[in-house]
Design a protein around this ligand. Structure first.
Ligand SMILES: CC(C)(COP(=O)(O)OP(=O)(O)OC[C@H]1O[C@@H](n2cnc3c(N)ncnc32)[C@H](O)[C@@H]1OP(=O)(O)O)[C@@H](O)C(=O)NCCC(=O)NCCS
Length: 166
């Protein structure tokens, strides 16, 4: 007899959902300058963010925003790129996630942080509409620091939206 899935907990910590995704960059991922195409990095960022969001919500999710993507350094073919994502803040149905990207030269072992991005995902119910997610329990100083940054970013975003649509 089919059993009901267990009820989700009221809250989860960032540690419970943090996730890492790595990929060795191949020649077909290069742009016209011979460095890695930004879209390849973005795909990795979006994928790891989606894993974090699904681990936190244990529901299907969609990306609603990828905010302020900065490419601080080029990534080269053959480098091993690792994207690490963690929850920064949970709203009612939305989740703000920060992803940091590091590129490793596999010949030397030297690692460089190349990107940091903020993403918002929304959990969906069986009706395809936004659905509640567990709250976020902040355990460490780093959890609290990222949570504060996420709150300030969201306030700034709402201000910008108000200005753009007024
Ligand atoms: C995500 C989606 C379901 C939200 O629908 P909606 O009618 O705007 O829903 P709501 O207004 O109830 O907002 C839901 C949540 O999203 C948040 N949200 C909406 N737009 C946002 C944005 N641009 N940036 C950040 N958060 C946003 C709201 O603040 C709300 O958060 P909360 O519940 O934690 O308070 C809808 O916009 C959608 O389907 N977008 C397409 C997603 C997609 O295809 N992504 C690419 C492929 S994965």
């Amino acid at each position: 007899m089919p059993t009901e899935p267990p009820a989700p907990p009221a809250a989860r910590t960032p540690r419970e959902s943090e996730s890492v995704l790595g990929e060795s960059m191949m020649p077909d991922q290069l742009n016209n300058n011979g460095t890695v195409f930004g879209g390849a990095i973005l795909a990795l960022v979006d994928k790891v963010g989606g894993v974090v969001a699904r681990r936190h919500a244990r529901k299907p999710v969609v990306t609603v925003s990828i905010d302020r993507v900065e490419f601080r350094e080029p990534v080269f073919a053959g480098e091993y790129v690792v994207a690490a994502g963690r929850m920064a803040s949970a709203g009612r149905t939305s989740m703000d996630i920060v992803v940091t990207v590091e590129a490793e030269d596999l010949m030397t072992g030297v690692k460089r942080r190349t990107n940091r991005c903020w993403l918002t995902f929304v959990a969906l119910g069986t009706d395809g509409r936004p659905s509640p997610v567990p709250a976020l329990t902040l355990e460490t100083d780093e959890d609290r620091r990222l949570h504060d940054i996420a709150a300030r970013r969201r306030a700034r975003m709402l201000d910008d939206e108000r200005e753009e649509w007024s």
